[in-house]
Design a binder for this molecule. Structure first.
Ligand code: NAP
Length: 474
C-alpha cells in the first residue's frame, strides 16, 4: 500500500524519500508513506488556516451531516480498514474491527454533541449592562498520535475538533500511518471541503517543531509517551498553544477479598491482555488481598495460558506480536528483573523472535514487590505481576504510589469499600468491576504525569472551544 499526504484536498508524495511500514507479525514490507518534514507541515497548516474562516461559520447541523457520512463510510469499510490496521500494527483482526467501531462511535457522538455548544447569559451588576458568554472554535488544530490505536486516537481528536468548527492537521505514528491514510480517503469521500482536514506523514521531530511554532496553530492535541508530551509542552510555550496531552499510564488493579473472583479474572484479562498489553490503560500491576491470592492467581494463570498467540490475521488469535524489537526488549527486561528480584513465573515468561517479528507469551508473575521495574513503569506487554496486600488503605497507598494517574481498576462487591477506593484513587479513569471503561460519551484522560485535558464526552468537545465573554453597555 502506498500512502500519501493529504494537504488542501490533494494527495501528494513530497518529502525526503519514503518511510517503510512493516508488518510486525511477519517482518515483511507492507507499504510506504512519504517522509515529509517542515515544508509539508507548513503547507498543511496554511491550508487549514485558509479553510478555517468558512468552515467555522458552517452550522453544526451541516458539520454533523458530513461527520455522519464519514461515520457510515468507516463502518461500511471496517473490514478493509481493520485489515490495514492489523497488518501495520499487529493486533488481532477482531480487536482491529472493534477499534474501528469504537472510532466510529466518537464520530457519531460528536456529530450530535456539536449541536449542543451552548453559551449563556449572566445577570449584570448594572441595569445598563448585559453579559453574554459564547463558545467559539479554537482555530487550527494539530494532532500527533501513537501507533497502539492508530484509528481511535485520531478519531477521538478529529471528530470533536471538526464538530466544534476547527480545521485539522494530523501526524500519525511512523509505525502505523497507513490506517490514517485510509481513514482520510473515507473522509475525503464524505465530502469535507479542501483544507478542513489534512494529513502529513514523516519526521516527527521536524513536523513537531513546525506544529509547535507556526503562528497559525492554536491547539496541539497529543497522545503518546509522557517523555515526548513534556518535550512538546516545552516547545509549545513560545506560542502559548492550547494543549491536550494524553500520556502514559501505569494502571493498578486492586482485587478485594469480597470480589466475585471469576468476574475479576475476566476484567483483568480484558484490561491486561487487550492489544497484547500495549495500551495506556492496561492494568500494569495487580494487587490482590492476601486471603484470595492463591485462588485468584490460579484462575488468572489458567485463563492466560489459554490465549492463542500468533499473526493477528489468523483465525482465533488473541495475542498478536509486540510492535517492534524495542517493545519486546522492554518486556523481556521487566520479566528478567522481576524474576531476579524473587517473582515466580506461573505461565509464560518467554517469547518467540524470528524474521523480525516479536511475540511475547502471556505471562503471570507471582510474589511481585515494589522494587521491581514492572511495578514502577509501563511494561507495554502481556505481563501481569501479582502482589498481595492486607488492608484496603494499604492497597490504595500502593496504587497511588506513582507519578502516573491515567486509569485504575478495582473489584469488590461492597458499596462502602468500593466508594472509599474510588474516591481515594488519584486517577482520571476508575473502573469498578469493569476492565474496559472507555466510551465516547465519557471523559477519558489522566491526572499527574499522565496528562492534561480529557477526550470523550462533553469535556472532549470543550477542549476545542474558546470561551468568549461579551460585555454590552446599553
Ligand atoms: P511516543 O514515542 O511518544 O510517540 C507518539 C507520537 O509522538 C508518534 O506520532 C511519534 O511519531 C510522535 N513523536 C515522537 N517524537 C516526537 C517529537 N520529538 N516531536 C513530535 N512528535 C514526536 O509514544 P508511542 O510509543 O508511539 O506510544 C505509546 C505511548 O503512548 C505510551 O506511553 C502510552 O501509554 C501512550 N498512550 C496514551 C494514551 C492516552 O490516552 N493517555 C493512549 C494511547 C497511548 P513517530 O512515531 O513518527 O516517531
Amino acid at each position: 500500500m502506498e500512502g500519501k499526504h493529504y494537504i488542501n484536498g490533494e494527495w501528494s508524495t513530497e518529502g525526503d524519500g519514503v518511510i517503510d511500514v512493516r508488518n510486525p507479525a511477519t517482518g515483511e514490507l507492507f507499504g510506504t508513506v512519504p517522509n515529509g518534514g517542515e515544508a509539508e507541515a507548513t503547507k498543511a497548516i496554511e491550508a487549514a488556516e485558509a479553510a478555517f474562516p468558512e468552515w467555522s461559520k458552517t452550522t453544526a447541523y451541516h458539520r454533523a451531516e458530513l461527520l455522519m457520512k464519514w461515520h457510515d463510510l468507516l463502518l461500511e469499510n471496517k473490514q478493509e480498514v481493520a485489515e490495514i490496521l492489523t497488518k501495520e500494527m499487529g493486533k488481532p483482526l477482531a480487536e482491529a474491527i472493534g477499534e474501528i467501531e469504537y472510532s466510529a462511535s466518537f464520530i457519531s457522538w460528536y456529530a450530535e454533541e456539536g449541536k449542543r455548544v451552548y453559551g449563556h447569559t449572566i445577570p449584570a451588576s448594572k441595569d445598563s449592562k448585559r453579559i453574554q458568554i459564547i463558545k467559539q472554535p479554537v482555530g487550527v488544530v494539530v494532532s500527533i498520535t501513537p501507533w497502539n490505536f492508530p484509528a481511535a486516537m485520531m478519531a477521538r481528536k478529529m471528530a470533536p475538533a471538526l464538530a466544534a468548527g476547527c480545521t485539522f492537521v494530523a501526524k500519525p505514528a511512523k509505525l502505523t500511518p497507513l490506517t490514517a491514510v485510509k481513514i482520510y480517503e473515507l473522509a475525503e469521500q464524505a465530502g469535507f471541503p479542501k483544507g478542513v482536514i489534512n494529513l502529513v506523514t514523516g519526521s516527527a521531530g521536524k513536523i513537531g517543531k513546525v506544529f509547535t511554532s507556526h503562528p497559525a496553530v492554536r491547539k496541539l492535541t497529543f497522545t503518546g509517551s509522557t517523555e515526548i508530551g513534556k518535550e512538546l509542552m516545552k516547545q509549545s510555550s513560545e506560542t502559548m498553544l492550547n494543549l491536550s496531552l494524553e500520556l502514559g499510564g501505569h494502571a493498578p488493579i486492586i482485587v478485594l477479598d469480597d470480589a466475585d473472583i471469576d468476574s475479576a479474572v475476566k476484567g483483568v484479562m480484558a484490561s491486561k491482555f487487550r492489544n497484547a498489553g500495549q495500551t495506556c490503560v492496561c492494568g500494569n500491576r495487580i494487587y490482590v488481598q492476601e486471603s484470595i491470592v492463591d485462588e485468584f492467581s490460579r484462575k488468572l494463570q489458567e485463563a492466560a495460558g489459554k490465549l492463542k498467540v500468533g499473526n493477528g490475521l489468523d483465525e482465533g488469535v488473541e495475542i498478536g506480536p509486540l510492535v517492534d524489537k524495542d517493545g519486546y526488549e522492554k518486556v523481556e527486561k521487566h520479566v528478567q528483573d522481576a524474576v531476579g528480584k524473587g517473582a515466580k513465573v506461573l505461565v509464560g515468561g518467554d517469547g518467540q523472535t524470528a524474521n523480525e517479528a516479536y511475540f511475547y507469551n502471556p505471562t503471570i508473575l507471582l510474589n511481585a514487590n515494589p522494587d521491581m521495574l514492572v511495578m514502577n513503569e509501563e511494561t507495554f506487554g502481556p505481563v501481569a505481576p501479582i502482589m498481595s496486600f492486607k488492608t484496603d488503605e494499604e492497597a490504595v497507598k500502593l496504587a497511588n504510589d506513582t507519578r502516573f494517574g491515567l486509569a485504575a481498576y478495582f473489584f469488590t462487591e461492597s458499596m462502602s469499600r468500593g466508594t472509599y477506593i474510588a474516591e481515594n484513587l488519584d486517577y482520571g479513569i476508575v473502573g469498578w468491576n469493569d476492565g474496559l471503561p472507555s466510551a465516547a460519551q465519557a471523559p477519558f484522560g489522566g491526572m499527574k504525569e499522565s496528562g492534561i485535558g480529557r477526550e470523550g464526552g462533553q469535556e472532549g468537545l470543550e477542549a476545542f472551544l474558546e470561551t468568549k465573554y461579551i460585555s454590552i453597555q446599553l
